[in-house]
Design a protein around this ligand. Structure first.
Ligand SMILES: C[S@@+](CC[C@H](N)C(=O)[O-])C[C@H]1O[C@@H](n2cnc3c(N)ncnc32)[C@H](O)[C@@H]1O
Length: 227
């Protein structure tokens, strides 16, 4: 089991991080790449790894995607299932560790990681992305959001280094949420996504100025196609 159980124990079983709305930038990428196909009658099959309380899952289900998700926290899974039911929507959601994906080869048109893979060790991250590549159709797309080395928490929150660019924090945004890996551009391009053609890669860095000046967060957005 690679899934860090602190997500269940410290976060979801306490009713925390119950994100309600889909991540704005994910909505933009989905419309950029699939806008003309949505509701055109063609069924697109999407998987979200680490779907949390299901905020992005509800968005995909509502937009007519055939929607799947895998999540390690049973409490988060329960929240997502209830939200789907309340909204009259459906998706195939399972509890499991995404380091090993229980889906057939060449099955999905799209796999989404909205800041979930980062919460693992480099070894597990490598295995997860190999699995994502396996379950994607040829030419299928992987959209991922990965915290970068410039993130203020890495620079300022004095995390304990547990692996290469991988920390556990006792203060700041990541306190109590287990393993946190920060990515470099080279590592994403040359190592983790080497079996993909990167279509778009952005580095977003947000600077807070009041009440104090610091980098609030920094992350890569990557849209990549399975070669
Ligand atoms: C920061 S939350 C993001 C939740 C959701 N994707 C969102 O956009 O709001 C990270 C999620 O990844 C899940 N997760 C992390 N590692 C996992 C693993 N190895 N297997 C399954 N789920 C995992 C956590 O339980 C948590 O729900």
């Amino acid at each position: 089991m690679n899934f860090d159980k602190t997500w269940e124990k410290n976060v979801y079983s306490k009713g925390q991080q119950l994100n309600r709305y889909p991540y704005t930038d994910l909505v933009s990428y989905v419309y950029k790449f699939y806008g003309s196909k949505i509701n055109s009658g063609k069924v697109l099959r999407v998987l979200e790894v680490g779907f949390g309380a299901g905020n992005n899952i509800l968005f995909f289900a509502r937009e007519g995607f055939e929607t799947y998700g895998i999540e390690g926290s049973s409490s988060a899974h329960g929240f997502a299932v209830q939200r789907l039911k309340d909204a009259g929507l459906s998706a195939e959601l399972i509890i499991g560790d995404f380091v090993s994906l229980p889906y057939n080869n060449d099955f999905f048109d799209l796999v989404v990681d909205r800041e979930a893979i980062y919460a693992n060790t480099p070894h597990s991250i490598r295995k997860t992305i190999e699995e994502i590549r396996r379950v994607l159709k040829s030419g299928g797309r992987f959209i991922t959001f990965m915290y970068s080395l410039d993130h203020g928490s890495r620079l300022l929150d004095e995390g304990r280094l547990v692996d290469s660019n991988t920390y556990v924090f006792e203060q700041g945004k990541f306190a109590g949420a287990g393993t946190t890996h920060f990515f470099s551009k080279e590592e994403i391009q040359d190592e983790y996504l080497k079996g993909f053609e990167i279509q778009l890669m952005r580095h977003i860095s947000v600077e807070k100025v009041i009440p104090e000046q610091r980098n609030e967060y920094a992350e890569y957005h990557v849209c990549a196609l399975k070669k």
